[in-house]
Design a protein around this ligand. Sequence first.
Ligand code: C2E
Ligand code: MG
Ligand code: MG
Ligand code: MG
Length: 288
Amino acid sequence: RAKENGRGSTCFYDAALDAALREHRRLEQALRLALEQDLIDVAFQPVLSTETRLVTSFEALARWHHPAKGPIPPSEFIALAEECGLVEALGTNVLRRACDAARSWPDDVSVAVNLSPLQFQTGRLCETVRSVLAASGLRAGRLQLEVTEGLLIRDVERTFQQLEELRAIGIQILMDDFGVGYSSLSYFQRFRFDKVKIDRSFVETAPTALAAQAIIQAVTQVGQTLGMGVVAEGVETEEQMQMLVSLGCTHVQGYLLGRPLVESMVRDFLHANRGMAKRLAAPTARHD
Ligand code: C2E
Ligand code: MG
Ligand code: MG
Ligand code: MG
């Protein structure tokens, strides 16, 4: 045992590793419990049409408030869920919560749910989505599923098959975080995504960086030709907003337009948005 080696650095290393492992296991246990007790919450962030300024959808974002540690960022607990076999349960909980919430919104407002690549590995995804939709009574056309490039690294054919099957039900498929990692324009040859979401890193620099502008414009041109909407993520300033509109983005999402909201705030947000869009609207904008 390392302990018997006295004060060697391996001893400290082992102790630190041991503590980290124990902490990891405790966090895993807490997440398992939170899932069993349905304590993973969902926040809803608005996505607006640049043309009408109306909210067209909300993105469902998982939230976990750890009883002792407070809020844990999704990047952390989703990675943890993926590691310890909990991501299917987590994904299904979020999907169910999102569809139940959306059921009470106006019929022209959709909900977008993020999927982990691992949810495509089980072979149960389509069946799960069908049954959640049926239980909630949400029309399939009001559900959007967001996938990332990680999805397309292995088992590409089986993955595309599942995407086709989901699409056939009427669900919209969105490519998330486009332009970073291994995401590639070639995916658009293989599958016609309904929308592509341009990663926040391009949006951030768009007002001053010519390269970011050129990339966004290239994507919006591809989108226009192929009939794919283009959503800009992470819009924080008016300057970015103007740039994104002029580059042809069809939709915007970000703190400038609205932060992720607790479910009970969605109705008020929609109400205010519709009032505001009506005042700003071009005569062609639709409003109900
Ligand atoms: P994402 O799908 O790209 O979601 C957008 C992220 O950007 C969210 O972070 C959102 O809060 C944040 N965001 C939105 N507008 C702005 C802005 O103007 N500025 C900045 N700085 N950030 C903005 P969040 O909620 O921390 O989620 C992070 C990531 O975790 C998500 O990125 C998604 O990949 C993943 N995630 C969240 N919920 C789920 C889930 O239910 N399932 C899966 N598989 N992944 C999820
Ligand atoms: Mg997303
Ligand atoms: Mg994203
Ligand atoms: Mg992102």
